[in-house]
Design a protein around this ligand. Structure first.
Ligand code: SDX
Length: 432
């Protein structure tokens, strides 16, 4: 086994401290500093957690240099090509691919939880017509914590499992309802004769007046996007769910916290920002100007959909979505020459040949092409991050369950380097 300790020398007093090394089944080892402050009186400093492992986990593994993504050990490319989203959801939740019986049982459980409480419609209708779907999702998902008192004991594994099933089942219903609210159409009940992705498209685009059957390729594309967005290690929103859950908070409230974090343009909000950026660029002739803006330190503009904290190679999910774009735009009429897709391809080509992006190892990430697919499916830009949230709910609740079933789980409480005023006495106002 590799060396089990590292030695820390404090040059101020020459003291040396042995720190244990922790090894995973894959990926970098870690220096265990959990007793450092207690033993040595020193903290570590790592804003943004660039080099900090916050937990152990057996769910997802990313190799940023090799552009590798594994869900419970299975490469994302294989799952994207062969699995259904609920099959992947089962894999993430339970750790292994289901056999036919287990998958059928799981699909039945999820399907029977797809409806939302009728009272939620009153809550939904209280939102202004132009409320952002992520604002609605945040509020409505958080409000589910006011409904399910039959499975409220977070220390009961069965209660945790029921909450997980309810969230996976209801997120599409709530997301589609948020869309319907924004377009002033009646909320559609789920059609439980449809598969998960098809049901989601049905609730989005069906109306009580006309029969609607989702296009098979659209269902396949959405199934793929849901799989690609399902989980991704300790990203900002998953870490938010874990930190909220570490205090013993209600699982629905924890997922609402994850939705809030995902909404940011540096995270899940990037897919919407990519489309806004492409529409602002407008034409290939403008690409060099925007690439220069992205490189300009004095300009806050960044190339949305580019770069990643972990991937320093091509995001494997971006490669898969780019291929799906080609297929979709070739097969769905009148989107064939999507100017946005052509523009995105050209932007990628120019950026990837530019020294600034090469030097910083900035590649397209999952958000760069996904919006083009959502657009081709008729899904509006404002719904893109909500689509991401529907998929990532599986990852969030899986991480919550992994943390809650860990006997060593304790409340997360980071420290700080204090830089404020030293202790001083109160002065009466007449003396200030
Ligand atoms: C997701 O964590 C996850 O796993 C997230 C995610 C998931 O599945 O959960 O993969 C989903 O959030 C994907 C990322 C979506 N966000 C975007 O596309 C927004 C644009 N990208 C950036 O904001 C940025 O790349 C981040 C936020 C994604 C990563 O930021 P880091 O790791 O903190 O990197 P950084 O800001 O320190 O950048 C390093 C350098 C800097 O230049 P220098 O100071 O070294 O000169 O690269 C530059 C940055 O200015 N840079 C960019 C850039 N991204 C980084 N310059 C221009 N355009 C960009 N997009």
């Amino acid at each position: 086994m590799a060396n089990e300790t590292v030695t820390l020398t404090n040059n101020a007093d020459g003291e040396c401290y042995e720190l244990a090394l922790r090894h995973g089944s894959l990926g970098p080892s870690a220096i265990d500093i959990s007793s450092l402050y207690h033993d040595v009186g020193l903290l570590t400093f790592d804003p943004g957690f660039m080099a900090t492992a916050s937990c152990t986990s057996a769910i997802t593994y990313i190799d940023g240099d090799r552009g590798l993504l594994l869900y419970r050990g299975y490469p994302i490319e294989q799952l994207a090509a062969k699995a259904s989203f609920l099959e992947v959801a089962y894999l993430l939740l339970y750790g292994d691919l289901p056999n036919e019986t287990a998958l059928a049982d799981f699909e039945r459980v999820i399907t029977t939880h797809t409806m939302m409480n009728e009272n939620l419609k009153n809550f939904l209708n209280g939102f202004h017509y132009d409320a952002h779907p992520m604002a609605i999702l945040c509020g409505v998902v958080g409000s589910l914590s006011a409904f399910y008192h039959d499975s409220i004991d977070i220390n009961d594994p069965r209660h945790r499992e029921i909450s997980a099933h309810r969230l996976i089942a209801k997120l599409p219903t709530i997301a589609a309802a948020a869309y319907k609210h924004s377009v002033g159409e009646p909320i559609m009940y789920p059609d439980n004769s449809l598969r998960y992705a098809a049901n989601f498209l049905y609730m989005m685009f069906a109306t009580p007046c006309i029969a609607y059957k989702p296009h098979l390729l659209a269902e396949k594309a959405l199934n793929l996007l849901l799989i690609l967005h399902a989980d991704h290690e300790q990203n900002a929103s998953t870490s938010t769910v874990r930190l909220a859950g570490s205090s013993g908070a209600n699982p629905f409230a924890c997922i609402a916290a994850g939705i809030a974090s995902l909404w940011g343009p540096a995270h899940g909000g990037a897919n919407e920002a990519v489309l806004d950026m492409l529409m602002e660029i407008g034409d290939v002739v403008n690409v060099p100007k925007f690439v220069d803006k992205a490189k300009d330190k004095d300009d806050p503009f960044r190339l949305m959909g580019f770069g990643h904290r972990v991937y320093k190679n091509y995001d494997p999910r971006a490669r898969i979505t780019r291929e799906m774009c080609h297929q979709l735009l070739d097969e769905i009429p009148d989107t064939r020459d999507s100017p946005l897709f052509e523009l995105a391809l050209r932007l990628e080509e120019i950026a990837l040949s530019d020294e600034y992006f090469i030097e910083r190892r900035l590649y397209p990430n999952v958000d760069f092409y996904s919006g083009i697919i959502y657009s081709a499916l008729g899904i509006p830009c404002t719904m893109f991050t909500a689509m991401f949230a529907v998929a990532r709910t599986v990852g969030w609740i899986t991480h919550w369950m992994e943390m809650m079933s860990d006997p060593n789980n304790r409340i997360g409480r980071p420290r700080q380097i204090y830089q404020g005023p030293v202790a001083r006495d109160y002065l009466p106002i007449s003396k200030r």
